[in-house]
Design a protein. Structure first.
Length: 290
């Protein structure tokens, strides 16, 4: 009788385990649907062949976000990174076709690794496209910094009340129907703002009509699953400091199985251990040496 009870208990535990696993699998969104959901999100197309290196985008960004004014002069040949006080920077690269200026900021990934890694959803991918940080939800773990393949989020280490700082694609301006400040401030129209579909169509149209001017690739169309910052260039992107080793899959897809397994382990494994304990309790009591 005891053995039959043990078998029933273990069978129940196994059934619960399989049910939990099936439920977790059913809840997984397909990669294609996730991309489709963001197909009409906002994006910025940066044409590096048009950039003058005037850095007016840096000044417009600083003014719009209440940041310190960028340095009026920069050291020749020095490559700068974005920081907690500067959300966009322009660097000059020496290439096979001569100097090329490149604007850098948050890439606003379609499926951002920073948002996926955020335990409290402080880093959020909005429906309009921008990836924003919400200070009231942040626990300060900085997982977003570790997970970003573009090394964008920056932490205010010297602040008594530190924040994660990065470009938000001027999310507040977008809600007012305006373009990002860096786009509006570009005198050469090297940056264009619109839906991601429109920006991709514009990019490929420029490549099609001037095939000898551009590399036949739009950086950000597929890199890391696709981004909201798209780039055109006249030289291979590795000459402009871009990462060219990124997968076409978004980074969250590599951890999705693990993340869905976490609630499964937490909810199903304890009942399984309890079932095993019940099933073997009688045998432990009959063991005179137990």
């Amino acid at each position: 009788m005891r053995r039959r009870s043990a078998v029933k208990t273990l069978a129940l535990a196994a059934g619960s385990t399989l049910a939990g696993r099936n439920l977790a699998q059913a809840r997984q969104p397909s990669h294609g649907n996730a991309l489709a959901a963001t197909a009409e999100s906002r994006a910025i197309l940066v044409d590096t062949t048009k950039c003058l290196g005037c850095r007016m985008c840096e000044r417009a960004c600083a003014e719009s976000n209440g940041l310190p004014e960028p340095a009026k002069s920069i050291e020749p040949g020095k490559l700068r990174d974005t920081s907690e006080t500067q959300f966009t920077v322009v660097n000059r690269y020496e290439t096979e076709n001569g100097p090329v200026n490149v604007k850098r900021q948050c890439m606003h990934c379609l499926q951002p690794a920073c948002a996926s890694a955020c335990l409290t959803k402080a880093m959020l991918k909005t429906a309009d496209g921008p990836v924003i940080w919400r200070g009231d939800k942040c626990m300060g773990c900085r997982f977003c910094m570790l997970s970003c393949p573009f090394d964008v989020p920056k932490f205010e280490y010297d602040s008594a009340n530190p924040r994660i700082q990065k470009c938000s694609m001027c999310f507040d301006r977008l809600r007012e129907g305006e373009s990002p400040a860096c786009v509006s401030g570009c005198p050469a129209k090297a940056t264009v703002f619109g839906t991601r579909t429109e920006m991709l169509e514009l990019g490929w149209s420029r490549i099609y009509h001037e095939p000898d001017k551009y590399v036949h690739h739009i950086y950000g169309e597929h890199e890391a699953g696709g981004t909201g910052l798209l780039y055109l260039a006249s030289v291979p992107f590795d000459q402009l400091g871009f990462r060219t080793d990124l997968s076409r899959e978004s980074y969250p897809t590599f951890t999705r199985e693990f993340l869905y397994a976490v609630p499964f382990v937490l909810t199903m494994f304890p009942p399984f251990l309890f079932a095993v304990s019940r099933a073997t309790a009688g045998y432990r009591q009959e063991d005179p040496e137990a």
